[in-house]
Ligand binder design. Structure first.
Ligand code: PAF
Length: 281
């Protein structure tokens, strides 16, 4: 595995690979790798000649008071894990290299962001699409891999790729969970022992909603209350939101029908965790 620290070197390498007929699979990450990222890398390895993974904690997608400085980082460990998962090129640029001059244009998300995490994190998805537009130009992937834990991110990035005709195929993969059902996330390290015991209730609350829907429930308010009450009863976390929307448009629904996402965010003392289930009803 080769480590590349400069965007121009990465772009040069991508051009050479593409002109020699190789396909590039890309896994963008913010590092502190876990099984979710490694699953994406292994899938990329199965379907492309070369796997590029980026590690870049993108300051643009963190708001004031969010955990940009404290975001967990461990490059040595990430290098070992990425190599074992089959990554060929690990791209780790600095902030100065990625954003080397004051930008004269701005990317603003205008759809699919006024819901779920977009409500609580103004500007977050503008930062995500900005960095991904840059990364797609630098890495020039044929396919890019995303986990559906961040289903809103996937919906918004799909919109950007369609709007601007990025020549990349986005590949969504199911959320990776531990044996308790907890969605794997870099932020799980912030959980206290007591919170770790409670956190599996997040997925259980979603399964409860899924079960209700599979048994014919269609009233959105009622299903949301069931999820919220379960979370309040089984965790000390504050419920940021529970919502049921159509997917990927993320628009409100009159009742549960079609392709829907049941999504939630909860705040434990130091970790804000999100999870969701997408259902075809
Ligand atoms: O999902 C993430 O880790 C980030 O939002 C991404 C896609 C790497 C962009 O910074």
């Amino acid at each position: 595995m080769k480590i590349i620290s400069h965007k121009r070197e990465m772009q040069q390498m991508a051009k050479q690979l593409l002109s020699s007929g190789k396909t590039i699979g890309f896994v963008p990450t913010m590092g502190y790798l876990h099984e979710g990222h490694l699953t994406l890398a292994r899938e990329a390895k199965r379907n492309n000649d070369i796997v590029v993974m980026s590690i870049f904690v993108n300051p643009l997608q963190f708001g004031p008071g969010e955990d940009y400085e404290a975001y967990p980082r461990d490059q040595k460990r990430d290098e070992l894990l990425a190599e074992a998962a089959g990554v060929d090129l690990l791209f780790i640029p600095s902030v100065a290299d990625m954003y080397d001059a004051e930008m004269s244009t701005k990317m603003t998300v205008v759809k699919r962001n006024n819901a779920l995490c977009g409500n609580d994190r103004p500007g977050h998805f503008d930062g995500v699409v900005t960095v991904l537009a840059k990364l797609f130009h630098i890495v020039m992937p044929d396919k890019a891999y995303f986990g559906l834990k961040d289903a809103q991110q996937f919906a918004i990035v799909s919109g950007m790729v369609a709007d601007y005709d990025f020549p990349v195929q986005l590949v969504p993969l199911e959320t990776v969970r531990d044996s308790s059902g907890l969605a794997i996330s870099s932020r799980n390290v912030y959980l206290s022992d007591r919170e770790k015991e409670q956190a599996p209730s997040i997925y259980k609350s979603l399964l409860l909603a899924k079960n209700k829907i599979e048994n014919g429930a269609t009233n959105i308010g009622e299903i949301k209350s069931v999820v919220t009450d379960y979370l309040k009863c089984h965790t000390d976390a504050t419920v940021d939101y529970v919502d049921i929307l159509c997917y990927p448009e993320l628009a409100p629904l009159e009742k549960v029908q079609g392709r829907v996402i049941i999504a939630l965010a909860v705040k434990f003392s130091k970790a804000r965790l999100i999870d969701n289930i997408i259902l075809d009803v």
